[in-house]
Design a protein around this ligand. Structure first.
Ligand SMILES: NC(=O)c1ccc[n+]([C@@H]2O[C@H](COP(=O)([O-])OP(=O)(O)OC[C@H]3O[C@@H](n4cnc5c(N)ncnc54)[C@H](OP(=O)(O)O)[C@@H]3O)[C@@H](O)[C@H]2O)c1
Length: 260
């Protein structure tokens, strides 16, 4: 599995879980030092859990340690060509691609500064498209593959507080759903992940409502379950599905008066 944004809190928790199921990873991101630390941590965790739980791929007769990281690689969504270079340098087409890249950034700056606004759009949407499109074509040609993209509930309706980030996520959600429709019947599974609030570096220092806030481990469990169930879309926490269904129905005349 190629993991884009492998230093993300949600990605790390998901990789730790998947490592116990025998997945192998190439971890990609923009900071090679940080990726090396994540790789070492994944291996140490898999070794510890693997020796006690003896978990490995179901089809393997001999139980061995699982969860290897076969490489780390540079990927900077701010420079979309880096995604093309990354894909072309892979030793082989991976089983899956998992995209956890995201930039909330300074949403006040993004309202007024076109450079910031473009950066937020690139890092959450347009900078991800080239590498995901290459993956989609390669998976379709092979007749199997998995594409997991982390979008956000923020992409379901523009909000005054973060609409540049939200509109990038809306674009990413639409891209993933279009990909899923195009690839239907091809053997390729496309999963869109829509977290609500998650306690990670992205939200550090913010006061988040406890009942609506997931841990990265909660989101990771939801992702792995959705992968196994070949779901199209998963909300995390699950209650966000109902909250967003109600919020989408709220007429604009009321929505524009909400204080967020
Ligand atoms: N936390 C939440 O409340 C929340 C809610 C809804 C959706 N999400 C989404 O969940 C995903 C994972 O986020 P997280 O919560 O785990 O936060 P996080 O720990 O801050 O992870 C964000 C990731 O995006 C990477 N990234 C940012 N700009 C990049 C760029 N130009 N090129 C490559 N990588 C870049 C970061 O890399 P560095 O380590 O190099 O900065 C980091 O790996 C994101 O798509 C985010 O939008 C999060």
């Amino acid at each position: 599995m190629l993991v884009l944004g492998a230093t993300s809190g949600i990605a790390q928790a998901t990789v730790r879980l998947l490592a116990l199921q025998g997945w192998h990873f190439i971890l990609a991101g923009r900071d090679m030092g940080a990726l090396q630390k994540v790789a070492a941590e994944v291996l140490a965790n898999a070794e510890k859990e693997g020796t006690s739980a003896q978990c490995c791929k179901p089809h393997e007769k001999e139980q061995t340690l699982c969860g290897t990281v076969s490489g780390i690689a540079l990927f900077d969504a701010d420079n979309p060509e880096s995604g093309v270079a990354l894909w072309n340098d892979l030793p082989e087409v991976p089983d899956a691609i998992f995209c956890a890249v995201g930039l909330l950034g300074d949403q006040i700056a993004a309202r007024h500064d076109p450079v910031w606004a473009e950066r937020v759009l690139r890092c959450n949407f347009t900078g991800l498209v080239p590498v995901l499109s290459l993956a989609a074509d390669a998976f379709a040609a092979r007749g199997t593959g998995l594409i997991v993209g982390i979008s956000s509930v923020a992409g379901e309706r523009g909000r005054g507080s973060n609409y540049v980030y939200g509109s990038a996520k809306a674009g990413f959600t639409a891209y993933l759903s279009g990909l899923r429709n195009r690839l239907f019947g091809s053997g390729v599974h496309v999963l869109t992940v829509k977290p609500g609030y998650v306690a990670t570096a992205m939200t550090a220092g913010r006061r988040l409502p406890a009942l609506l806030t997931a841990s990265p481990e909660d989101v990771a469990r939801d992702i792995v379950r959705a992968m196994q169930g070949r779901k199209d879309v998963v909300y995390s926490l699950g209650r966000w599905r109902w909250i967003m269904a109600a919020y989408r129905l709220l007429p604009e005349i009321f929505a524009k008066r909400l204080p967020f």
